[in-house]
Design a protein around this ligand. Structure first.
Ligand code: ATP
Length: 742
């Protein structure tokens, strides 16, 4: 990269636009005091991004803008443009991606504009850029406003008088190590940002970790619930399928047996039948049976009575027969020789009494009054005895006829008695028949009763059977209903828990285990599963899962982010380490080389003596009291024949020469594209000015030089001269004289 043009507009005394061609090896800027020559050097500092107002001899940004003159109005802004020739392109990985595209241009046009309020704009080829970009580009190009490239008026010995650290920085600039610092700072800034980011991400992760683990636990619960729900679906499916078959079988069986109401109707009809039969049995037991018994006893008693009477009659007949026989004998006796005297009236009376008794006997027997008959029989017998007693005493012979009559009567009576006995016997037979009939009818009744009782027993058995069937039926029906209700309720409940898919239980295949497990166990397993699901109940499941997903995604993102950040951190640490190593190595070797060159130039200028640079440690403490180890560059100068070593004690010319030797040494190693030397030669005498000129010529072979000078010797080395004048308008003007190559 080479400097091509500088265009100044509105900057300090340059109210009007001027362009300085700096393509020549040595370009001189000359002019009277106060014409604005130093303003040119400051304009270059300005466009290179100088931030120190002091180094541009101002206090405010507005001090850099043309303040106006008698003839010209003040301006509101100042701008300086630097055109860099970039035809010889350089590729480097040290340039950031933001700037790399500019390296493709043939001309890089850098411009800075400052406004009255002090703000500045920077542009690169018309595009707005940051100061940092400008600094990076310039560092890359080896152009900088550092101590050795733009030497302001009276500041040539600045490098000599600078502290160790400032000198080190100037040397690093000269060694082109600024870009390393930029990179290093940038990397450290990045590292710092990365660390902050890392902490932020770690904090974020820390923040979401408890929430995430809470959500994870919930999701695990939901997942286990979902697993349990599947298990329940399987269990319920098996239950419904099996239970439905079982219920259908049960229903079929129940239908076959008949409904309880129909069985109850049958039982009722049996009961009614039973009632009727029981009633008829009790009627048989209460009336017929009793009556039959009573009649039988009566008949038996009557037969017994009649038999006694008959027996007595028979016995009396015997007596009457005996008496008849006696009478017959007596009559026969009387009729033969013996006289029998019997009162007629006694015989008549006895006959009447006996007749009366026989009538009574007959009447009593006909009415069945056997005791009466007996009485009359006994009375008849007494009458007969008393007659015979009377007869014994009173009988007389004359009464034989009467005895015969009595005998006739008695014989008749005996006949009649015989007839009566026959009648009695008939009656007894009749009664016997009646008794027989009564017994037959009693037997029939008993048999009938037994039949009915048998029927009752049968009916009762049947009823009991029916009642037990009804009870069983009721129990079965109850069991069926309970099971059916449970079936329906489990199905409804199941649909609510596992969804309508459960309704396809008929199509689902049951595992072998579930098809063999006992129903009670299956139901217990269902209850257990339901309980588990209930236990795992989490409200707003969908939201929880969604939230878990999103928090987990966030966590994964953060984790990845963290990994990336850590990776970046590692890379940055490596880069920083590399940069530091490179910087240190390059710096150490660079200082050595510069020191050697410094020694060489010094000896040339001073024809003897010694000068060298060395890296020295600087121990500092930070705000927290920690020791910071830094390094600086010390300068060791021994003028020939002089013992004084303190540079501050050197003469102005000596200081200028030492400085120039050092600046030239610094610039030789990595020559900057250009250098501005503002009256660096001012303190030099003629002899030394010649030496200065020689070094200038040598330096100009490597870098373009813009020299502001009053020195003729220096002017001799210029190929182009710009004369600066303060014109009538009160602003700086340029006049150029091309002196040709030297
Ligand atoms: P010397 O040879 O004495 O060093 P010089 O040629 O280097 O002088 P400068 O120092 O560049 O001169 O210019 C100083 C001049 O610039 C002064 O005359 C000053 O009034 C003028 N000047 C500085 N700032 C402004 C400004 N903002 N507006 C107008 N003129 C300004």
């Amino acid at each position: 990269m080479r400097l091509s043009h500088i265009t100044i507009s509105g900057f300090k005394s340059f109210a009007k636009k001027v362009t300085i061609d700096v393509t020549h090896n040595v370009t001189g800027v000359v002019g009277p005091n106060g014409s604005g020559k130093s303003n040119v050097a400051e304009a270059i500092r300005f466009v290179l991004g100088e931030q120190s107002m002091k180094s541009m001899r101002g206090k405010l940004g507005a001090d850099l803008i043309f303040k106006g003159s008698e003839k010209l109005a003040p301006l509101s802004r100042a701008s300086v443009t630097m055109t860099i020739d970039n035809k010889e392109k350089v590729e480097s990985n040290m340039i950031s991606q933001d700037l790399a595209p500019y390296l493709a241009y043939d001309s890089i046009i850098l411009s800075r504009t400052i406004y009255a309020d002090g703000t500045s704009d920077y542009t690169l080829n018309g595009a707005k850029v940051r100061l940092r970009d400008v600094q990076e580009l310039l560092a890359f190009a080896g152009i900088g406003s550092s101590a050795h490239t733009i030497i302001s008026q009276g500041e040539a010995d600045k490098i000599l008088l600078a502290d160790l650290k400032t000198r080190k920085e100037a040397i690093e600039d000269a060694l082109g190590l600024r870009v390393y610092h930029i990179r290093l700072n940038e990397s450290e800034r990045k590292l710092e940002r990365t660390k902050i980011h890392l902490r932020e991400v770690e904090l974020l992760r820390k923040e979401i970790t408890p929430h995430l683990s809470h959500l994870k636990r919930q999701v695990e619960k939901i997942e286990s619930k979902e697993k349990e729900r599947k298990n329940l679906e399987e269990l319920l499916g098996a239950y419904l399928k099996r239970e439905e078959v079982s219920l259908n079988e049960m229903k079929k069986k129940l239908d076959e047996v008949g409904s309880v109401s129909s069985l109850l109707l049958i039982a009722d009809s049996i009961k009614k039948e039973l009632e009727i039969e029981s009633h008829s049995v009790s009627t048989l037991r209460g009336t017929s049976d009793g009556e039959v018994n009573i009649n039988k006893e009566e008949i038996k008693q009557r037969i017994h009575g009649l038999s006694i009477t008959r027996d007595e009659i028979t016995r009396n007949f015997g007596r009457l027969e005996a008496e008849k026989n006696f009478l017959e004998r007596e009559i026969n006796k009387l009729s033969s020789d013996e006289k029998v005297s019997v009162s007629k009236s006694a015989l008549i009376k006895t006959g009447k009494d006996l007749k009366f008794d026989f009538e009574n006997i007959n009447s009593a027997i006909s009415f069945g009054k056997l005791s009466d008959a007996k009485t009359y029989v006994n009375r008849g017998l007494e009458t007969s005895h008393s007659f015979f007693d009377v007869y014994k005493n009173e009988i007389d012979e004359n009464k034989i006829d009467e005895l015969k009559n009595s005998l006739t009567t008695i014989s008749e009576k005996i006949k009649k008695e015989e007839e009566e006995e026959k009648i009695l016997n008939v009656e007894i037979r009749n009664l016997q028949d009646k008794l027989n009939n009564a017994e037959i009818s009693a037997r029939v009744i008993i048999e009938n009763k037994y039949e009915k009782e048998k029927k009752i027993i049968l009916l009762e058995g049947k009823l009991r059977e029916f009642e037990s069937t009804i009870a069983l039926r009721k129990q079965e029906e109850q069991e069926y209903n309970i099971r059916f209700e449970r079936f329906e309720s489990l199905m409804n409940e199941g649909v609510l828990i596992v969804g309508r898919i459960l309704l396809s239980y008929r199509e689902v295949a049951i595992s072998e285990t579930l098809s063999q497990i006992k129903m009670e166990e299956l139901l217990r397993a269902i209850d257990k599963s339901k309980f588990k699901i209930e236990e795992a109940g989490i409200p707003n499941q969908v939201e929880v899962i969604e939230e878990y997903k999103s928090v987990n995604e966030r966590e994964e993102y953060l984790k990845k982010e963290l990994d990336d950040i850590k990776n970046t951190e590692d890379k940055l640490n490596d880069l920083i380490k590399d940069l530091k190593n490179s910087l240190e190595t390059k710096f150490e070797s660079g200082v050595k080389e510069i020191s050697d060159l410094f020694t060489k130039y010094f000896e040339e200028v001073f024809r003897g003596g010694k000068a060298s640079l060395s890296i020295v440690p600087i121990i500092k403490t930070d705000e927290e009291g920690n020791e910071i180890k830094e390094t600086g560059v010390d300068i060791d100068v021994s003028l020939p024949t002089k013992k004084v070593k303190e540079i501050s004690m050197f003469s102005g010319g000596e200081r200028a020469l030492v400085s120039i030797a050092l600046l030239f040494a610094m610039s030789s190693l990595l020559p900057p594209p250009f250098m501005v030397l503002d009256e660096t030669d001012a303190p030099l005498d003629e002899a030394n000015a010649q030496k200065y000129g020689a070094m200038l010529a040598r330096l100009a072979t490597k870098s373009k030089l813009l020299v502001i000078t009053h020195n003729r010797e220096t002017m001799n080395h210029c190929e182009m001269l710009y004369g600066v004048t303060l014109g009538a308008e009160g602003c700086s003007k340029l006049l150029s004289i091309n002196l040709g190559e030297k």
